[in-house]
Write a protein that binds this ligand. Structure first.
Ligand code: NDP
Length: 322
């Protein structure tokens, strides 16, 4: 089978299209023939070596397709089932072996591409807005990179809850998409100081929560736009990791909360995984949540997908088609 393998960490050029044997299922695995594999920013961190992974490895953490083989102890899925998953390495390939307990069913009304496109970013947007800081109607959220993969889904969920969304993006085209997703106010943070503008938009009251996936370039200013006892949800570092900072700042800026969540902790049990994936798939099937699949690339063009993602040229979801 064809797969995108990394033999040494580095830039996009370290992703090689190789021929590998189709994986065989271990006792608790199912083998899935992929229809689509999701491209996520975490793939960049893993490829670069920011998250240490034993070499060589097949990249990719998200996919959907059909079960073609199962291990002897697998009861939760059978051959022929349509399934999807997130958080298991090896999806940039024609086939992947996945622990069966991490697979979720893909319901009718949701295509394989939609499933592959919502598992990681959709469940992330869901836990951020419903659990990490459960947004309430009438509250205000600042969402950075709002036209990105997670950003467009999170903006829609926050809007659907009835919260006011202040979004940041880098271009006019992205601003339009953020508005269409339900953002009430959009700041071009590459041109306008988002701290000053957010304070103005909230009449100096500040926002209830900042959802920050950009990190290095936005974190500190984000703390300055929170209301008293507001929450900073730092869930990524697309611009680089946040440098160490002195916790006393949280006290000085108004008894703030900071959390650094990850999807794994919010899909840790089988029950939580199924509840969250079915909530997100339900939103897709009913049309409440629109997934913008901006681009599908052939598997062989994984390098190009990464260059465009890192170059801030993309919006919404990117998929690789094996
Ligand atoms: P995106 O589609 O959001 O792409 C990243 C975006 O970040 C860019 O489009 C860009 O938007 C913005 N950005 C700002 N500064 C930079 C920079 N210096 N370099 C590159 N991009 C920059 O990616 P994803 O939706 O896949 O992921 C978004 C973030 O969420 C990532 O940080 C990822 O790690 C994190 N994440 C965290 C999870 C968790 O559970 N903790 C799970 C899933 C994702 P603009 O041009 O508008 O600034």
């Amino acid at each position: 089978m064809k797969a995108i393998q990394v033999k040494q960490v580095g830039g996009p050029e370290v992703m090689e299209l190789v021929d590998l044997p189709v994986p065989q299922p271990k006792v608790n695995d199912a083998v899935v023939k992929l229809s689509a594999s999701g491209v996520n920013y975490i793939d960049v961190y893993i490829r670069e070596g920011r998250y240490k992974t034993p070499l060589p490895f097949v990249l990719g953490q998200e996919g959907a397709g059909v079960v073609t083989a199962i291990g002897p102890d697998v009861r939760s899925v059978k051959i022929g089932d349509r399934v999807a998953w997130a958080g298991v390495l090896g999806s940039y390939a024609e086939y992947a072996a996945v622990p069966a307990e991490r697979l979720v069913p893909v319901p009718a009304g949701v295509s394989d591409q939609q499933a592959a496109g919502t598992m990681l970013q959709g469940m992330t947007a869901h836990y951020l807005s419903h659990d990490t800081y459960p947004l309430q109607r009438g509250e205000t959220a600042l969402i950075h990179a709002a036209a990105g993969g997670v950003g467009l889904l999170l903006t829609q969920m926050a809007h659907n809850i009835g919260a006011r969304v202040i979004a940041t993006v880098s271009t006019d085209e992205k601003a339009k998409l953020a508005r269409e997703a339900g953002a009430d106010d959009v700041i071009l943070y590459t041109q306008t100081d988002f701290e000053t503008e957010t304070k103005r938009l909230t009449a100096n009251k500040g926002v209830d929560v900042v959802y920050d996936s950009v990190g290095k370039t936005t974190f500190e200013k984000g703390l300055n736009v929170l209301r008293l006892r507001g929450m900073m949800v730092l869930f990524g570092g697309s611009s680089g990791p946040v440098p160490p900072f002195d916790l006393i700042q949280l006290s000085q800026k108004g008894s703030l909360y900071v959390t650094r969540p990850t999807l794994v902790s919010y899909t840790i049990t089988r029950e939580e995984l199924l509840a969250r994936s079915s909530a997100v798939c339900g939103m897709i099937a009913s049309g409440k949540l629109k997934l913008r699949i901006e681009h599908t690339y052939p598997l062989a063009e994984a390098q190009r997908a990464h260059r465009e993602l890192e170059g801030r040229q993309t919006t919404g979801k990117l998929l690789l088609i094996p």
